[in-house]
Design a binder for this molecule. Structure first.
Ligand code: NAD
Length: 289
């Protein structure tokens, strides 16, 4: 079997086209445009280039994407005060905090200071808790991208076995709830699963495999169940090339569908972030549900 490619770039273009149409319609009807504030603390070259690429995506959609740069020496208190100002600024509809942060800053505490109504990434503890209860207001964008790619493969997760490798707050854990909502049977593997030598055993049972561990090519193609859908979230730089967590060529021999890296989850994630923000914007101007 040679897998069908789940083309994230193509999916991102079609989602972006629909989103741009929606933003244009709102602007024409009300004159309002979405405004997102991005807080960057200190300087990290990788994060700066990622933030710039988000800005290009946003501006192509007609979103005002602003930066607030704070010095690496900014305290948690100063960051919280800046977030409070943005929370109270009615012209700003979405707020996100870029990682990595200086070590003395507690990311979760800072995100919890962002208003639930302006939490672009869906990482505020209230939004995460709502998701736990089955209320999907603002969903973290990488898990949302995984679900969009699955939907694009035409595979209904109901009754299927999904294995997520990686249990981070930003990818693995929220994805558990999104897959459960679709009546999937979900297992989560992590570093202790590998240490116990049981990763291959779990992966071989997966109808849907989501790799989000950040270990280049660690998931071997021969572990993949024939006919599985493989979503590779990993972004690793190896000898100057971006590569995923799954051995692509050998996995593609067995899978029914597979995402490439780059060009899979990444481009869809960027659009899901903008979609989150547009939903927040719509609610704030009285158009959302
Ligand atoms: P993280 O470091 O926070 O978490 C990694 C997880 O993988 C942990 O739960 C850990 O237990 C697990 N893990 C580590 N080594 C393992 C092993 N040998 N076997 C099994 N599990 C193991 O990482 P993260 O922020 O969730 O990111 C994971 C990967 O996804 C990274 O490559 C990151 O760059 C990428 N990522 C991509 C996108 C995107 O839009 N495509 C977004 C976020 C993260």
């Amino acid at each position: 079997m040679t897998a069908g490619i789940l083309d994230g770039k193509a999916l991102a273009v079609s989602l972006q086209t629909a989103l741009k149409r929606e933003i244009d319609d709102i602007r024409q009807q009300s004159g309002a445009i979405p405004v997102f504030a991005n807080i960057v603390v200190g300087h990290d070259a990788g994060a700066a280039s990622y933030a710039k690429s988000q800005q290009r995506t946003a501006e192509a959609l007609g979103i005002d994407f602003r930066f607030l740069h704070l010095a690496a020496t900014a305290t948690q208190q100063e960051l919280t005060e800046q977030i409070a100002l943005l929370n109270n600024d009615r012209s700003v509809h979405g707020i996100m905090l870029h990682k990595p942060l200086p070590e003395h800053i507690d990311f979760q505490a800072a995100v919890n200071a962002i208003s639930v109504h302006k939490d672009l990434e869906g990482m505020n503890v209230t939004n995460l808790g709502e998701m736990f209860l089955g209320n999907f207001h603002t969903v973290p964008c990488t898990p949302a991208a995984v679900m969009a790619l699955l939907a694009s493969s035409g595979i209904d997760p109901a009754g299927k076995d999904a294995v997520i490798v990686g249990r981070s707050e930003i990818v693995g854990k929220p994805l558990i709830h999104l897959l459960l909502q679709k009546n999937c049977t979900v297992s989560v593997c992590h570093s202790a699963t590998s240490k116990a030598g049981r990763l291959a055993e779990h992966i071989s049972r997966a109808d849907i495999l989501v790799a989000a561990l950040g270990r280049p090519g660690l998931i071997r193609g021969e572990w993949v169940q024939p006919g599985a859908v493989v979503i590779d979230v990993g972004i690793n730089s190896v000898a100057g090339k971006i590569t995923g967590d799954v051995e692509f060529a050998s996995a593609a021999e067995r899978a029914a569908f597979i995402t490439p890296v780059p060009g899979g989850v990444g481009p869809v994630t960027a659009v899901c972030l903008m979609k989150n923000g547009v939903e927040l914007f719509k609610r704030q101007i009285g158009l959302g549900v």
